[in-house]
Design a binder for this molecule. Structure first.
Ligand code: PBG
Length: 353
């Protein structure tokens, strides 16, 4: 269905000479509405345009064969067995989506205190990367680096007496990143917010010969209520003890985001990310303006869930709300967007051409 822009408001609405109207003329020389008078005119002055190049599509992978399990809090999103993830990768190729992001639902029996499954070269993510890159070598594959889908306590790092051990965690993250690069991952995306992990991962990737593997750092990642549905999807919602406020940022802060981003760039990040998206457009704009780096934003699971809940109730026009939310990221300065709406948006954009 095409996005409707309403009945074109032609100049007929506004007779050429206001003097012919009985209503008094404002005698305006400057009328900003002129540039909005028709779709062709609006297209001429459009400042920001969303294209399929801007989309990164996150997928959830799980065990089994030919399986698709819906994620209850994310209507329309499913956990996919590896073979089905390959089919979605094919869809991404057909839709011109440049890159997908992979997240695992790890079987609870494989989760432990140390998140050891994260460094298993044959874990779900590594299996998926190999299967996808084998069939579609030209599709970008991004992998998250963090321990939460693998730990029995649901935290991104190693815990001791309820506290996250920064440096010990970084040592594991480094191994996780190398294992993913060995499987064929193109972009390593550390989402854990440990201090110093970008530098350590860069060094390890280079030492292992992965000079071209990029790092997209979740540089300004906030401790957010909007990650709830994602934690359902990867199965860490029920197991998570406490919250992540000792590593992820306080939503009250803005300057701190710039310090975080600056550090990650200095340590070797090729691209930086702000997360969540819509409640943090101000941060996105500051980061892009300050550093002029390739800057990404994650429209997270809670944003998806909110929009879908309203759309499924008939309270919002889905297509328009989705495209507006994505265009807003472009306007704020995003070079790309991780979004669960990637296939819908790509399909909509295809119809434009
Ligand atoms: C894991 C991770 C999270 C998300 C991406 N990577 C959750 C968290 O930090 O708890 C959230 C993505 C989303 O909500 O869509 N560290």
């Amino acid at each position: 269905m095409a996005i409707k822009f309403g009945r074109p408001i032609e100049m007929r609405d506004t007779p050429r000479r206001d003097a012919t109207l009985s209503a008094p003329s404002l005698d305006l020389a400057i009328r900003p509405r002129r540039n909005r008078k028709a779709e062709w005119a609006r297209r001429m002055v459009r400042e920001n345009v969303l294209t399929t190049n801007d989309l990164i599509w996150p997928l959830f992978v799980s065990d089994g064969q030919n399986k698709r399990n819906p994620v209850a809090s994310m209507p329309g999103v499913e956990r996919l067995s590896v073979d089905q993830a390959v089919r979605e990768a094919e869809r991404a190729m057909q839709l011109d989506i440049p890159c997908i992001a992979l997240f695992p639902y790890t079987d609870p029996s494989l989760r432990d205190d140390h998140g050891s499954e994260a460094v298993n070269a044959d874990n779900l993510v590594c299996q998926s990367v190999r299967a996808i890159k084998k069939e579609f070598p030209d599709l970008g594959v991004l992998c998250d680096v963090a321990l939460d889908p693998y730990t029995s306590h649901g935290h991104d790092g190693l815990l001791e007496d309820g506290r996250i051990l920064n440096d010990a965690t970084v040592a594991v993250l480094v191994r996780q990143a190398v294992v993913q690069a060995e499987a064929g991952c193109d972009v390593i995306a550390p989402s854990d917010m440990m201090d110093g992990r970008i530098g350590a991962i860069r060094e390890a990737l280079d030492a292992a010969g992965f000079l071209d593997v990029q790092i997209m750092s979740y540089a300004a990642k906030y401790a957010s209520a909007f990650y709830g549905p994602f934690r359902d999807a990867v199965g860490s919602a029920k197991t998570l003890t406490g919250d992540k406020r000792t590593s992820q940022m306080d939503c009250s802060n803005s300057d701190e985001a710039l310090r975080e981003v600056e550090l990650d760039i200095a340590e070797g990040a090729d691209m930086v990310m702000v997360k969540p998206g819509m409640p943090y457009l101000d941060i996105l704009q500051r980061v892009k303006e300050t550093f002029s780096m390739p800057t990404f934003v994650y429209q997270v699971s809670g944003e998806y869930a909110m929009l879908m809940a309203a759309i499924n109730n008939g309270w919002l026009d889905g297509e328009r709300a989705i495209m507006e939310s994505l265009t807003a990221f472009k306007r704020a300065g995003a070079d790309g967007i991780l979004t669960y709406f990637a296939p819908q948006a790509a399909e909509r954009l295809k119809k434009n051409t």
